[in-house]
Design a protein. Structure first.
Length: 511
């Protein structure tokens, strides 16, 4: 069947222009197809995550250990002396805080085989092995005797019942904390936790566990809110957001909410403020959300290229620092999809700037600013000039042009780090805080309601801040819930923030 072909002009110059336009369009579409193929079938990260790489190495180590065990058994059965082999062992001693259970392996006969005299001790060999006691449940029984007066029949005296985190419920504060850590730190959905408990003969319905989580989140909410208030007094914050699928019963499917993350980490510039992160749930990604969340904050906000943050800077109280990792990622996608000399050159130039950052990480802010003025500024200005030259040589509709324009239109925010040593080159700090949310989302698939997503934000804020501060989340949540139930005064709520439980350690740079 014949198709209608639009009439073409006779003018050669017009035809040439049309050909060039179609060629540019074809190249752009081909580039998009390559990116989609890589996204669908290829590796999305530039390198394998360490955990994923170790999964593959584990199988190799299993096989090597089995081969060594077989060899050792054969050597022992032949009665020959076992050769000293270099074994794969962990360096260093076991932690001192672990309890020690000592066993003495002594000789039965302490008389000399030569003369029959008594042997005396001259030393000992000591070896430590790591043992584990599987997690086990126990029942705490609280008895409250009643007393009555023989003369007064109506008088009955009894001590009041201790307060519980779940009024009239079964769990202790430690049990509730265990469920919270399992769900939000170890990313185990409640139905999986119920299966684990069932193996020990404890039948707990998923809905029961969900009720515990909801009640605990309600008690912990004031601490999360206070944590956010403290973070908003900082000189600089990071911000990012990620999707949170939420069940929408009215439609029988899920809707897409947002978990907004606001983080502080001053360790890269030797700041003294402890690190922390707060998550806030919102049903959408509108620009008004961060404006509401960050009310009262004055300082530098480091973000990605999302336009929803721009209204924050229009009022003048907030300066936006933008992310070089997002700029670099666009060129990496072009280079990974096929031959792209210009994208390769852009990656090389950006790598030079990052090399300077590596050498000054953990240094004071003023020292970082001086180093950037000496080394980085020339590299950045040269990159800007090079971008301007390239944009005039390539098709304006190409993906490469889009990547260059992405950088040029955000140049002010991208170069703020040159004038302020507190600013990082990228937003990776808060993106690392987003990853645990992604793991929970992957395993749980969706939150059951907006309220459930809000509980997620509350508990995850405290758990992830514990991780940043070097605090063990289980012990922290157990103690905090216990103190809340015991009517801890609200005027001393700062004593319940995660970093109040941290052991003082020297400030370390984040690598």
């Amino acid at each position: 069947m014949a198709t209608d072909v639009p009439a073409l002009p006779d003018d050669p110059e017009t035809l040439k222009a049309m050909l060039l336009a179609e060629r540019a369009r074809s190249e752009r579409l081909a580039q998009i197809i390559k990116e989609l193929q890589r996204h669908r079938f290829g590796c999305r990260a530039e390198s394998l995550p360490e955990d994923q790489l170790l999964l593959a190495l584990e199988e190799v180590e299993h096989a090597l250990s089995e081969a060594e065990a077989i060899t050792d058994a054969e050597v022992g059965s032949n009665g020959t002396t076992k050769k000293d082999t270099k074994r794969r062992v962990n360096r260093g001693a076991l932690p001192e805080h672990l309890p020690r259970v000592e066993t003495i392996v002594d000789v039965e006969d302490k008389t000399c085989r030569c003369c029959g005299g008594a042997l005396h001790p001259i030393g000992e060999d000591k070896a430590e092995r790591l043992d584990v006691i599987p997690a086990q449940f126990r029942v705490l029984v609280v008895r409250r005797p009643k007393y009555a007066c023989r003369a007064c029949e109506e008088v009955v005296v009894q001590a009041p019942a201790p307060a519980r985190v779940i009024e009239g419920g079964l769990p202790t504060e430690a049990t509730v904390a265990h469920v919270l850590v399992g769900k939000y730190a170890d990313h185990q959905p409640l139905y999986r936790q119920a299966q684990i408990y069932a193996r020990q003969g404890i039948q707990l319905d998923r809905s029961t566990l969900a009720d515990w989580v909801g009640r605990a989140a309600w008690l912990l909410r004031p601490i999360r809110d206070r944590l956010f208030e403290v973070l908003k007094t900082s000189e600089k914050l990071f911000a990012d957001e990620t999707t949170a699928p939420v069940l929408d019963p009215g439609r029988g499917t899920t809707k897409t909410g947002q978990l907004w993350a606001y983080a502080r980490d001053d360790r890269p510039w030797a700041g003294e403020a402890p690190p922390g992160v707060v998550y806030v749930y919102a049903p959408d990604r509108k620009a008004e959300r961060p404006m509401t969340h960050l009310g009262g904050f004055r300082g530098i906000l480091q973000v990605d290229g999302y336009a929803g943050y721009r209204p924050l800077a229009e009022k003048g109280a907030i300066r936006l620092a933008l992310c070089w990792a997002h700029v670099r990622r666009k060129f990496y996608e072009l280079a990974a999809a096929g031959s792209a000399p210009i994208a390769d050159e852009a990656l090389r130039r950006i790598a030079e700037i990052y090399h300077v950052e590596t050498s000054i990480r953990g240094k004071p802010a003023e020292e970082r600013r001086a180093a950037r003025a000496e080394k980085s500024r020339t590299l950045v200005e040269s990159l800007k000039t090079w971008f301007d030259e390239q944009i005039g040589r390539i098709s304006g509709k190409s993906r490469l042009a889009e990547a260059i324009r992405y950088a040029l239109t955000r140049w002010k925010g991208l170069t703020l780090f040159l004038d302020d040593g507190r600013v990082e080159m990228d937003n990776n700090t808060v993106e690392r805080s987003i990853r645990p949310l992604a793991l929970t989302r992957k395993n749980a698939l969706f939150a059951g309601s907006d309220g459930g997503a809000d509980h997620w934000a509350v508990v995850a804020s405290l758990i992830e801040t514990c991780k940043l501060a070097g605090v063990e989340p289980q012990a922290y949540l157990t103690d905090v819930l216990t103190r809340i139930v015991a009517d801890h005064p609200n005027s001393r709520i700062d004593e319940l923030l995660p970093w109040a439980y941290a052991t003082p350690t020297p400030v370390a740079a984040v690598v």
